[in-house]
Design a binder for this molecule. Structure first.
Ligand code: B12
Ligand code: SF4
Length: 529
């Protein structure tokens, strides 16, 4: 059978990574004999016409889209367009958003045939086999589906006990080259699940409270695969990489034993790191860890069941700095009990730690389906302002507390965003005045290049300008690159200097390739690695 998997659009500002969940599903499906194609609308532009071309050529029997809450509407739109193109295709959705509102999603979305809840590898294979054999979908655990006008939900599937039984993610089907060209990180997971109970978190519900691990050998083989493909950074996407120190140490040991020269980052809690562990992580190539700190108010930390103390936060930041790992922290505003005063407390606590070397960001609580904070919003004093899922990106308020209104919450985040832009403006001024440090220049240049590459990709500019017949004698790649730049400049409104820098960099690093054939020249992104 042929299965089309879909990664819906979401903005580059969210620092996306290649869709790892889809790569796990694709691997399980390929292992079971399916042909799989992944369409990734994070790094390719979406159009119904483009989808139609892909569908007519691949002829899928099943289409499966992934979604987090903020991408749900985009994922739905792709499936609506797909059903218009061919109503026979079985349309499936999975991922953290629909996993906790499966029947409701089916009721609201007539284009959807099946919703997969939780981990999808075994479910999607059984779904395919059942469809192929004309069997009964009620026999497939972990789904909700239509049966006439009824919506049926089957029992939840058990978590995969031994993660190493899962096939290696089918990264050959991911457009890794586009992510690399954008300077975005590749991801892998070394574990699933989290034993903690933060009331705003969906991650622990997706992966379960009992953490399951990949063996260090398997982790190293995936890391080696990514290292060979020269990503600037690899992010360990575990809910909580530091959940178990022995596992962390084993992974770090294995990285060192195999001499992998990689730069990686991971998510941690301030109470699950020690100097010994951080030193080991640093020695194995870890450059930054992200802590969920959420609030500086002890009462709020208790209400949200975070289970950390301010002194632990301060100590974790100090330990990171001592061993040379950059500490990042994420704060959530608008949590239960938030007031004008607690916002002040958090803002000044973050600013204080920034003086010592912490990088931090503010989000606003998005009460995702499946979370305790959504289920008990009233009791917790949270007013949910909208169920427009496209607004659940956590950058603007979709909640209020009794003492912290929407405008107030938004103002803190806007202020923080403004400071970031001021910081970039300051670097820009330094560059113009010739006083910028090498680091500052390189930071801004890579940001400018990434923005340009993204525009080129999402507007198909290389595809539309990058092929021409030879005019006169054949010339080398360098000359052809100049011609490509000239063609783009004459057809598009772009900043010439940034375009030149972006294309020079892309061509020099193999992100963009030139084929010189007898009849002409063709430039192409290196999509697959
Ligand atoms: C790593 C990570 C990131 C990384 C990389 C994201 C990426 N796209 O690769 C970064 C830091 C960039 C990121 C960004 C964001 N993230 Co994030 N992230 C995670 C994390 C920790 C792990 C995700 C992961 O790779 N899991 C491993 C893979 C194998 O699992 P999976 O993707 O869930 O896929 C499995 C199943 O869901 C299912 N499945 C998934 N899709 C489909 C489709 C079909 C057809 C089927 C059958 C099955 C199926 O099968 C897969 C295999 O078992 C999760 C926590 C978690 N455990 O879910 C949060 C999580 C997914 N992120 C979350 C959020 C909110 C975001 C952001 C919106 C951030 C923000 N502004 O707050 C952005 C948007 C990103 C996006 N659109 O994906 C939420 C989602 C909640 C929700 N309901 O929306 C989570 C659950 C964390 C939380 N807050 O609780 N994230
Ligand atoms: S520690 Fe992190 S992953 Fe675990 S429940 Fe809390 S927020 Fe979720």
């Amino acid at each position: 059978m042929r299965i089309l998997l879909i990664n819906p659009f979401y903005p580059i500002s969210e620092t996306p990574s290649p869709p790892l969940g889809l790569a796990y599903l694709a691997a399980a499906l390929e292992q079971a004999g399916a042909r799989v194609k992944i369409l990734d609308f994070v790094v390719y532009p979406y159009s119904p016409a483009g989808l139609e071309t892909a569908v007519k050529s691949f002829k899928p029997h099943i289409a499966g889209a992934t979604a987090v809450t903020m991408t749900f509407d985009h994922a739905r739109q792709v499936l609506i367009d797909l059903k218009t193109i061919n109503p026979e295709i079985l349309c499936v959705m999975g991922g953290p958003h629909v996993s906790f509102r499966a029947p409701e999603t089916l009721e609201e979305s007539p284009e959807l045939d099946v919703v997969v809840q939780g981990e999808g590898e075994q479910t999607v294979v059984e779904l395919m086999q059942t469809l192929k054999s004309g069997g009964d979908l009620s026999d497939v655990n972990g789904i909700a589906f239509r049966q006439g006008s009824q919506i049926n939900t089957t029992p939840r599937r058990q978590f995969v006990a031994n993660l190493d039984t899962l096939s290696l993610p089918a990264r050959h089907l991911l457009s890794l080259g586009r992510y690399r060209a954008l300077g975005l990180p590749a991801t892998l997971t070394t574990s699933r699940g989290c034993p903690y109970q933060c009331i705003f978190c969906v991650g622990r519900k997706m992966g379960g409270a009992k953490v399951r691990y990949h063996s260090a050998d398997r982790v190293v083989s995936e890391l080696a695969y990514l290292a060979k493909r020269q990503f600037e950074r690899i992010n360990i996407a575990d809910d909580l990489f530091t959940a178990n120190a022995d596992h962390c140490l084993a992974v770090c040991d294995a990285i060192q034993r195999h001499n992998l020269d990689i730069n990686w980052t991971a998510f941690a809690r301030v109470d699950t790191v020690s100097e010994k562990l951080l030193l080991k992580m640093k020695a194995a190539g870890c450059t930054a860890v992200s802590f969920g700190v959420e609030s500086a108010n002890p009462v709020i930390l208790k209400t949200i069941k975070k289970g950390i103390r301010l002194d632990q936060i301060q100590e974790a930041v100090r330990m990171c700095l001592r061993v040379g790992i950059s500490p990042n922290a994420s704060f959530i505003l608008g949590l239960p009990g938030e007031t004008r005063d607690t916002i002040e407390e958090t803002v000044s606590f973050a600013a204080g730690l920034q003086q010592q070397g912490l990088a931090y960001g503010f989000h606003i609580l998005a009460p995702f389906p499946g979370t305790e904070v959504r289920a008990h919003a009233d009791r917790l004093g949270i007013r949910i302002l909208t169920d427009d899922w496209s607004k659940y990106h956590a950058n603007r308020a979709v909640v209020e507390t009794v003492d912290a209104g929407r405008l107030q919450l938004n103002a803190v985040v806007s202020d923080w965003e403004k400071k970031y832009h001021q910081y970039l403006g300051h670097i820009q001024n330094n560059i113009q005045a010739g006083t910028a440090s090498a680091d500052e220049v390189s930071q801004l240049e890579s940001l400018d290049r990434a923005v340009m590459v993204y525009e080129l990709m999402m507007k198909n500019i290389i595809e539309e300008n990058g092929a021409w017949p030879h005019q006169g004698p054949q010339v080398n790649t360098e000359e052809n690159l100049k011609m490509l730049i000239d063609r783009i400049i004459s057809n598009q409104k772009v900043d010439c200097k940034i375009l030149e820098s972006a294309l020079d960099h892309a061509a020099a690093n193999g992100h963009l390739n030139c084929q010189i054939k007898a009849d002409g020249v063709k430039w192409q992104w290196q999509d697959y690695l």
